[in-house]
Every structure is written in C-alpha cells, then in structure tokens.
Design a protein around this ligand. Structure first.
Ligand code: ADP
Ligand code: MG
Length: 234
C-alpha cells in the first residue's frame, strides 16, 4: 500500500510570515550608526532562511552591507544614485519576493527616492538623547512621503542596541512613543556578537552561543511585528 506523503505545508514551515509581504522594505535613518546596515543584512538572511527570495540593495556610499552580503553568499546590488534607485527598485521587486534597501546615513535625495519606492520602512534608533533628537528629520521625510503617496510607506521606529539595566530605555520609549510613527514593542539588545557578525561574514542567525540566540530571537520578533503592522495597515 502506498501512503501519500504529507504535503509540506507552507503555513507550518514558514509560520512566521504573513501572506502579504512588503515587496520593498527599507532600513532608513539619516543618523549614521543607528543600525540600518545591521538590520538590513539580518532581514535579508531571515527572509532567505524563511524561504523567500531576497536581494539587498546597498544604497549607502560606504558600501558596508554589500561586502557582508557577499560573505554570506546572498544576492546584493550597490545602487547609490537616486534616479537609478527610483527606476530599479520596482523592477527588482518583480524578480524577488522582498527587496531590502540599506539606506545611507544622510538626509539626501537617495533617502527620498527610497521612501518614495518602499512599502515598509523600518527606522532603527539608538537610545541616546542625541540619536533620539535626530529622529525628527527622518520622521518628517516619512510623513511627507506618506502625504504624497496617500499613506505609503508604512513605517515604524525601533530601538536598537539597547543596553541592559538602563533608565534610558524608558525615557527613549516615551520620547519615541510621542512620534507620529509607531514604535515597535520589540527592542534589539546591545551585544558584542552583533558587532562581530560582519567580520565573521555571519549573522546572529548563523552564530553559536546564547547571546547570538537571544539577538536572533529579537530580530525574528521585530520582523514579525513589523510584517503584522504592514499587513494590518496597508
Ligand atoms: N544590537 C547591536 N548590538 C551591538 N552593536 C550593534 C548593534 N546594532 C548595531 N551595532 C553596531 O553599531 C555600529 C553601527 O551599526 P550599522 O548597522 O552599521 O549602522 P548604520 O548602518 O545605521 O550606520 C556597527 O559597528 C554595528 O556592529
Ligand atoms: Mg550603514
């Protein structure tokens, strides 16, 4: 007797992913060192490991994420010209499940092109007062893009590299909660393994140890939370 094999259920294997995904997902913040490249590379690895085809667009002149993607063996392209970004992002979105854009650390035409073409924008922010004070600029850019596009991009802030046992977190959370852009509940902890990841050509999803596991869990949680927000708002 032949027993039919159980069909591999997409919903069990990739239970985390909602049906509706943003075709173009950007990490933006004109502040350097916020965690855009780290977030974008981890998102690219996460989507790939969850069975979705992904390309990372390195739109930063510094090209930090493209070298990292090369080491990871994942697809990437460097595009730092705003007009080329504007034209190419939708074309790339036809060939990949998710196009991830790593934005530059300045409030430039490149950032504007990214906001005009993205469906979901994640804004990493550190919990220092200097970083918090500078989020006004990117929030203003996002608001203007939303006005032009009638609601898109869906955007969310998140706190990155949060130190343990600090009262800054509460203050930062309160400051960001007053923004017109929602603050995700999940935060990414400050861990040495995250700093080590590019040098090792790895991500926390591929690294061993408790700290890497904890950050991997936080990235999974934050991406899941962001995708749910996108699904409910778009
Ligand atoms: N969660 C984290 N814990 C520890 N270090 C982090 C974390 N996120 C980012 N970093 C480090 O902070 C620095 C800036 O991060 P990066 O992603 O390059 O920022 P951006 O692309 O916004 O300039 C890098 O050295 C990176 O390794
Ligand atoms: Mg960067």
């Amino acid at each position: 007797m032949i027993i039919a094999a159980m069909p591999k259920s997409k919903s069990t294997k990739f239970a985390l992913l909602p049906e509706k995904l943003p075709k173009i997902l950007a990490f933006a913040n004109q502040k350097g060192g916020a965690g855009k490249s780290t977030g974008a590379v981890h998102a690219a690895d996460w989507f790939t490991q969850n069975g979705r085809s992904t390309i990372l667009i390195d739109a930063d002149g510094q090209q930090s994420s493209s070298g990292w993607l090369k080491d990871l063996g994942l697809p990437y392209k460097v595009i730092s010209d705003p007009e080329i970004l504007f034209d190419e992002l939708p074309l790339l979105a036809e060939f990949y499940d998710v196009v991830i854009v790593d934005g530059p650390g300045n409030a430039s035409e490149v950032t504007k092109a990214i906001l005009i073409r993205s469906n979901l924008v994640l804004i990493p922010c550190r919990d220092s007062m200097i970083d918090l004070a500078s989020t006004g600029k990117i929030v203003q850019f996002v608001r203007q893009a939303k006005e032009i596009r009638g609601g898109l991009p869906i955007a969310a802030l998140y706190l990155n590299a949060v130190k343990d046992n600090t009262i800054l977190l509460r203050e930062a959370t309160e400051a960001l909660q007053s923004s017109i852009i929602p603050l995700l509940n999940t935060t990414i902890p400050d861990r040495q393994c995250v700093k080590d990841a590019p040098g090792q050509g790895s991500t926390v999803f591929r690294m061993k140890g408790e700290a890497a596991k904890a950050v991997a869990y936080a990235y999974t949680k934050i991406l899941t939370e962001a995708l749910k927000l996108f699904e409910s708002e778009s």
